[in-house]
Structure formats: structure tokens, C-alpha cells
Design a protein around this ligand. Structure first.
Ligand SMILES: Cc1ncc(COP(=O)(O)O)c(C=O)c1O
Length: 379
């Protein structure tokens, strides 16, 4: 049985969960103001780096007394530098409900080998954040990029906690409200919600996180790219654009360009609304088709960025092969690129719905998903 091809194609078929689609207005010529071939320590370079920090603060609503630094090695670098520099002062609660959180558990338990309690949930579920001991340090991921499960809010985190909260917000920043008063360390990378370039990490520290850095020295050695203090004092320069090592000024310009675009769509609330509209388009599709469902069990925890779906048709015998074949059909038609589930996640699809994606493109892509499903199930 031949299934008819949909007529409309998305203008942009990029639905990858990282690196994510660039802003719709992106054009390489917009980067022509990058101070290429100049030192990042020259006034022009430092000014660009400081602008990236302060515009991030403005759009995300980060409090004035929180430090924001641009650090090496993307989100991974930012989160690891925080864990290696701050953990070990007290016991740690490690929280994981998908692959990235699980990676941080491995770091703490197998590499740092500090006293830790691990709380995990299966893909699709979330850990009960109210059951944690916040007088310990707590490490968690706000949005589980590989399961499409996110924190609904930060209400479970007490304001008067004694420990620090370390939050990997890679696929949440610029798409979800982050309660800064509940977060002591927050990290993300440019390559996600704003469609920036990879390799540069953002590290946001509360005053209590800085206090920890200045009053605690870990028992283990720290490589140069993790070091945030000198002589027991915070290296304030890092948080003013004096990066630890050399950043790419082309990537900085690209991030500035994305931030500028973010302002044109209404800043954080505009970006959240765009992601919500994209995720809603997928939700409407899921509601209308009985062969597909969200991986996230509780609708309150469904991500509006990394939307993870599973096929539920009883005719499917090999779930992994089926999902792969559907994703391949969509890629071959150039209507949806890179939407197979993450390698460690249950078989299915992951459709990026962050604010750089246009709702019209999601809407144009979904009939193709129905086409690919019907074609594959009847193959
Ligand atoms: C939740 C989460 N943490 C960490 C990472 C790693 O980010 P990066 O590769 O930018 O270091 C990702 C990337 O997908 C992520 O989604």
C-alpha cells in the first residue's frame, strides 16, 4: 500500500537535540564583527566576552550578585569544574533520571569517590526531589535531554538549605524558568537552546557557591582549567570575561548574535512561549495518533525542548530497528534530521522543540512522521 507523501516540507529540517538549530534569522555575515585574529585579552575581545556574560544575565534574569563565567569544554567542562572544585566538603546526593545525570553520578562515585547517596529513576520517570537531604550537596539535571523529562519547578528545594545545589541546565536555560534562589551552581552550553556553537560552557555561581570556593580546598589536585581561586580568593576576572584559556571569538560573536535574536522574540518569556508552542504541536499530534506516546510518564514533567517519543503499536517487534528506520526515512526525505533517540535511551524519537525552531516547521514535519510510520509499518 503506497502512502501519499505530504505536500508541505519544513523550511528547516533541523530538529537535532544538540547542536541545535540556529536562530531562524541566522546568516554567517552577521558574524562579521567578530574580532578575528585579535587577542581575547585585548580590550575589544574582553568587551565582547563581558557583553556575552551581561546579556546572558539580562535575558535569564540572573541576580546581580551571582557570578557568570565562560569556561572551557562546554557544559561538561562547566559542570565538572564545579563538581571537582566544590564537592567533598559534605556528603552529596546524586540525582539521575537519564544519561547525563547518570554521567555525573559516575564522576562522583567512581572518580571523586566521595560520600554520596544516589537517587535514580527510569527513563520517563523523575526522582522525588522533595525526598532529598538538602543539607547535603545535591547534583541534578533540570531537563533530562535524553528522556524528555524535566523538573516541573524548584519548589522542593528549600530556601534555607545548608548544602549547595548543582544544576546541569544545558537543555533548560533559555527555555524554562530557572529559580535562581534555589540554584547555587548552574551550567549550560551555547550549542543547545540558542543554537550557538559547541565547546564553550557557562558557569553561574550563587554567593554561597563562591563562599564554598573560598573556604574549602578539595583533597585532590585540580587541573588549570578547573581552577577558580587563587590564594583562597575567587579569581573574579573569570566572571568578567578574563577566560582561563583562549575562547573562540567567532563562537562568542555567534552567541552574541543569538542573544540579540533572543531579545527580538521577547527574551526569556518569548523563548519559553516558542518552545511551548513547538512542544504543544507535538503533543497535539501524539493525542491524535494512537501509535505514538511521550516517554515522559507525568505530563507535568514533559520537556518543552527535548521532546522524547516512543512507538506503542503492538505490530512492532523490534522497537530499536523500527524507530531507526522511521528516523532514516525522515532524514532521507530531508524533513527531519537527527531525531533518533539518544544512544543510551529507550528506542524512539527525540524532536528538539527549543525556541530556535519555528512552530510552522514542527507542524510541517509531523505529517511526514505519520507518513514514515505508516510506510514503515506496512513495509
Ligand atoms: C543535560 C545535558 N548535560 C550535559 C550535556 C553535555 O553538553 P556538552 O556536550 O555541551 O558538554 C548535554 C548535551 O547534550 C546535556 O543535554
Amino acid at each position: 500500500m503506497a502512502i501519499e507523501l505530504p505536500v508541505t516540507r519544513p523550511t528547516n529540517p533541523r530538529f537535532s537535540s544538540g547542536p541545535c538549530a540556529k536562530p531562524p534569522v541566522f546568516d554567517l555575515t552577521a558574524l562579521s564583527d567578530a574580532p578575528l585574529g585579535r587577542s581575547h585579552r585585548a580590550a575589544v575581545g574582553k568587551a565582547k566576552l563581558l557583553e556575552a556574560i551581561e546579556t546572558t544575565r539580562e535575558i535569564l534574569g540572573v541576580p546581580a550578585d551571582y557570578r557568570i563565567g565562560i569556561v572551557p569544554a562546554s557544559d561538561t567542562g562547566a559542570f565538572e569544574m564545579a563538581m571537582w572544585s566544590m564537592l567533598g566538603e559534605r556528603p552529596v546526593q546524586m540525582v539521575a533520571w537519564e544519561s547525563f545525570g547518570a554521567g555525573w553520578v559516575t564522576d562522583v562515585v567512581k572518580q571523586l569517590k566521595i560520600e554520596a547517596t544516589t537517587h535514580t529513576a527510569e527513563y520517563g520517570e523523575i526522582v522525588d526531589m522533595a525526598a532529598l537531604n538538602y543539607n547535603n550537596d545535591v547534583c541534578f539535571t533540570w531537563n533530562g535531554t535524553t528522556s524528555g523529562v524535566r523538573m516541573a519547578n524548584g519548589d522542593a528545594i528549600p530556601a534555607d538549605r545548608k548544602g549547595l545545589t548543582l544544576c546541569d541546565a544545558t537543555s533548560a536555560a533559555f527555555a524554562m524558568d530557572l529559580p535562581w534562589d534555589k540554584l547555587d551552581v548552574t551550567t549550560f552550553s551555547w550549542q543547545k537552546v540558542l543554537g550557538g556553537e559547541a565547546a564553550h560552557g557557562m558557569l553561574i555561581l550563587s554567593p554561597r557557591a563562591v563562599e564554598r570556593l573560598e573556604n574549602y580546598t578539595p583533597a585532590w589536585p585540580l587541573p588549570k582549567i578547573f581552577r577558580m581561586t587563587k590564594g583562597g580568593k575567587l579569581n573574579e576576572g573569570i566572571f568578567k570575561g578574563e577566560t582561563i584559556n583562549t575562547p573562540s571569538m567567532l563562537c562568542v560573536e555567534d552567541y552574541l548574535n543569538a542573544l540579540k535574536w533572543a531579545k527580538t522574540v521577547g527574551g526569556l518569556q518569548g523563548l519559553i512561549a516558542r518552545a511551548d508552542a513547538n512542544a504543544q504541536a507535538v503533543a497535539d499530534f501524539v493525542a491524535a495518533h494512537e501509535w505514538i506516546d511521550f516517554l515522559a510518564v507525568d505530563p507535568a514533567t514533559r520537556s518543552n525542548t527535548s521532546v522524547c517519543l516512543k512507538f506503542t503499536d503492538p505490530r512492532i517487534t523490534d522497537g530499536a530497528a523500527f524507530a531507526k528506520a522511521v528516523a532514516k526515512r525522515l532524514a532521507d526525505e530531508n524533513v527531519a534530521l537527527d531525531i533518533g533517540a539518544y544512544r543510551d535511551a529507550p528506542p524512539g524519537l527525540r524532536i528538539w522543540c527549543g525556541g530556535t525552531v519555528e512552530t510552522a516547521d514542527v507542524a510541517a514535519m509531523l505529517p511526514w512522521l505519520a507518513w514514515a510510520f505508516e510506510t514503515e509499518i506496512n513495509a
